[in-house]
Design a protein around this ligand. Structure first.
Ligand SMILES: Nc1ncnc2c1ncn2[C@@H]1O[C@H](COP(=O)(O)OP(=O)(O)OP(=O)(O)O)[C@@H](O)[C@H]1O
Ligand SMILES: [Mg+2]
Length: 237
């Protein structure tokens, strides 16, 4: 059985809006295994982004335990958490969130420099990924000079530059036309298979979701497994 890279249980998150309490996540449990590809689907407002933010340590739960690589992050201070996130996780959002004043190469290199690498090492690693994702000719362009699909591919490179155990992607292709979305998604799947990076994908696109090994639906604050036996399943459809 492959290693569990991310696990949470009894996870609760409630938002208070005036007099209204919204129990978005209620005793949720999920495990992500090394190299696994996971889709999380569910209605708008069901809590998918909330779950991803908690797993990433970008938000704190009201109750429950979150373990990254076997280590509980609940009691971790912000600095340790930032370090752990930098080492183990990559993110791709619906909006690319690239830094506008930096080139594609610099945007991809920055997490690596934050992780302690020299500028030279970081840019070398960044260039390898940009080439791999067909962006060699775009390395010196700023985000404003790139197409939507190119920006999202740069964002995928940035998510991968630290060789993370897991990439969390929240509607990564939501702003792209269907064809470009398919290209970006295909690259993410290749990276998942090739580098053994676990991929957790939130998407409204059923076609994309079904090409992941495991699928969960977020329903009434919990995840319900819809397909896949999780570990080691290979996708051949
Ligand atoms: N910071 C916040 N403060 C108050 N309520 C919030 C906050 N973040 C999320 N919510 C509420 O929690 C619920 C779940 O939101 P979330 O963004 O996780 O849904 P989602 O499944 O990602 O939806 P979508 O598919 O539209 O992106 C929603 O009702 C939302 O209004
Ligand atoms: Mg969302």
């Amino acid at each position: 059985m492959s290693k569990v890279v991310m696990h949470c249980h009894d996870l609760c998150r409630t938002f208070v809006e005036g007099a209204l309490e919204v129990n978005v996540l209620r005793d949720l449990e999920i495990s992500i295994h090394a190299g696994e590809s996971v889709a999380i689907v569910g209605a708008s407002g069901s809590g998918k982004s909330t779950l991803l933010h908690l797993l990433a340590g970008l938000d704190r739960p009201d109750a429950g335990i979150i373990e990254i690589d076997g280590e509980s992050i609940n009691q971790m201070g912000d600095r340790s958490l930032a370090r752990l996130r930098n080492r183990h996780m990559g993110f791709v959002y619906q909006m690319h969130h690239l830094l506008p004043e930096f080139t594609a190469l610099e945007n991809v290199a920055i997490p690596k420099m934050i992780g302690g690498a020299s500028r030279e090492q970081a840019e070398e690693a960044a260039m390898v990924l940009l080439e791999r994702l067909g962006l060699k000719e775009r390395a010196t362009h700023r985000p404003g000079e790139l197409s939507g699909g190119e920006r999202q591919r740069v964002a995928v490179c940035r998510a991968l530059v630290m060789n993370p155990d897991v990439v969390l992607a929240d509607e990564p292709t939501g702003n792209l036309d269907p064809e470009t979305a398919q290209d970006v998604f295909q690259l993410m799947r290749e990276v998942n298979a090739e580098f053994g990076v676990a991929l957790v994908l939130v998407t409204h696109d059923k076609g994309l979701a079904f090409s992941m090994q495991t699928g969960y639906q977020l329903l009434e604050g919990k995840v319900v497994k819809e397909w896949g036996d999780g570990v080691g399943a290979s996708f051949d459809g």
